[in-house]
Design a protein around this ligand. Structure first.
Ligand code: HEC
Ligand code: HEC
Ligand code: HEC
Ligand code: HEC
Ligand code: HEC
Length: 189
């Protein structure tokens, strides 16, 4: 009985090892792919800020906070002052607002964690997209319903190009939209 059990282990050790190695490869592959795509990345933020509450329920315009998105390359995350326009009076007794006020009083920027990022060697520009009438949601998903911001779309070169080649199909609601550039220099300068 005992020896047949050992026999069983010996006979099966090789397939088990292969399985473990294969699984490790698969997991590493998907983990590194996820890191590169960024899809699903939804970090905890220093203050529990809700887009669903502010942009959804309260319908504050995206550009009230992301002021430069139509004018420049970057959308920018708002300064504490923007929050304090309201939170000097709104919900001042809540723990998260006390934290917020503390940053403000100490004149310290809030260390928000960056969610979306293309590598430095690639060039992306918000204003060229936004001024053509492309909605934030086309790239960032349904932010108005997100309690916590996470990345829902991949920003790999393949995905940029797939929209640039088929802008009509990808953006059926945007009137008179032209295809985006495919030449390398547009995004690698
Ligand atoms: C009241 C201010 C406010 C409003 C209104 C607002 N945002 Fe934000 N947004 C923030 C803050 C603060 C952050 C950084 C913290 C976070 O990620 O939750 C942020 C982060 C983001 C990010 C992630 C940035 C990154 O690091 O990649 C996106 C995308 C975004 N907002 C899109 C939108 C869109 C789209 C709307 C409108 C539907 C909107 N926001 C409305 C304040 C605001
Ligand atoms: C236009 C006014 C306005 C602006 C700007 C604004 N808020 Fe608010 N915020 C509110 C109001 C009003 C509530 C309470 C909503 C409710 O509970 O129904 C609230 C709720 C919150 C809460 C939840 C508090 C709790 O625990 O009940 C947090 C956290 C918060 N805001 C953070 C922020 C941050 C961070 C910013 C800046 C990026 C910001 N707010 C900008 C009006 C604003
Ligand atoms: C065509 C796709 C696209 C559209 C449309 C778009 N974004 Fe973005 N957004 C991106 C990409 C790509 C990044 C990462 C940019 C980088 O790393 O330089 C990003 C990053 C951000 C960030 C992080 C800070 C920054 O500027 O890099 C914020 C905030 C943001 N977007 C908000 C918005 C808002 C608000 C709108 C609508 C007014 C919007 N975005 C429309 C693709 C888009
Ligand atoms: C949802 C569709 C969509 C996505 C996703 C998208 N783009 Fe675009 N992009 C466009 C369209 C449409 C245009 C052309 C607008 C026009 O000129 O009418 C454009 C134009 C551009 C331009 C040209 C700006 C100029 O100077 O004329 C650059 C650069 C660019 N995109 C970079 C990127 C990068 C980098 C990404 C990926 C991170 C990306 N885009 C993702 C739709 C998209
Ligand atoms: C619409 C924008 C856009 C255009 C046009 C574009 N790229 Fe890219 N490219 C990107 C972005 C964004 C990345 C970074 C994300 C990624 O790795 O996919 C990238 C990454 C790359 C990489 C690194 C890939 C890797 O696996 O690390 C190379 C090499 C590259 N591009 C070459 C080119 C060449 C050559 C062309 C012209 C034929 C070109 N790109 C045109 C947006 C673009």
């Amino acid at each position: 009985m005992k020896s047949s059990f050992i026999d069983y282990i010996l006979r099966n050790r090789i397939p088990v090892t292969i399985f473990v190695v294969a699984a490790a490869f698969v997991i590493t592959y998907f983990a590194s792919r996820a890191e590169r795509d960024g899809v699903g990345y939804t970090p905890d933020q220093p203050i529990n800020f809700s887009h669903r509450l502010h942009a959804g329920d309260m319908q504050i315009d995206c550009q009230y906070c992301h002021v430069s998105v139509e004018k420049s390359r970057h959308a920018m995350v708002p300064a504490v002052e923007t929050c304090m326009n309201c939170h000097k009076v709104a919900r001042t007794d809540r723990p998260e607002i006390i934290k917020l006020t503390d940053y403000y009083n100490k004149d310290k920027p809030i260390p928000w964690k960056r969610v979306h990022k293309v590598p430095d060697y690639a060039y992306f520009n918000h204003s060229v997209h936004v001024t053509k009438g492309i909605q934030c949601e086309s790239c960032h998903g349904d932010v108005k319903r997100m309690e916590k911001i996470g990345q829902v779309n991949s920003f790999t070169m393949r995905n940029c190009l797939s929209c640039h080649r088929n802008a009509h199909e990808r953006l059926p609601d945007v009137e008179g939209i032209q295809n985006g550039p495919e030449y390398c220099y547009a995004c690698h300068r």
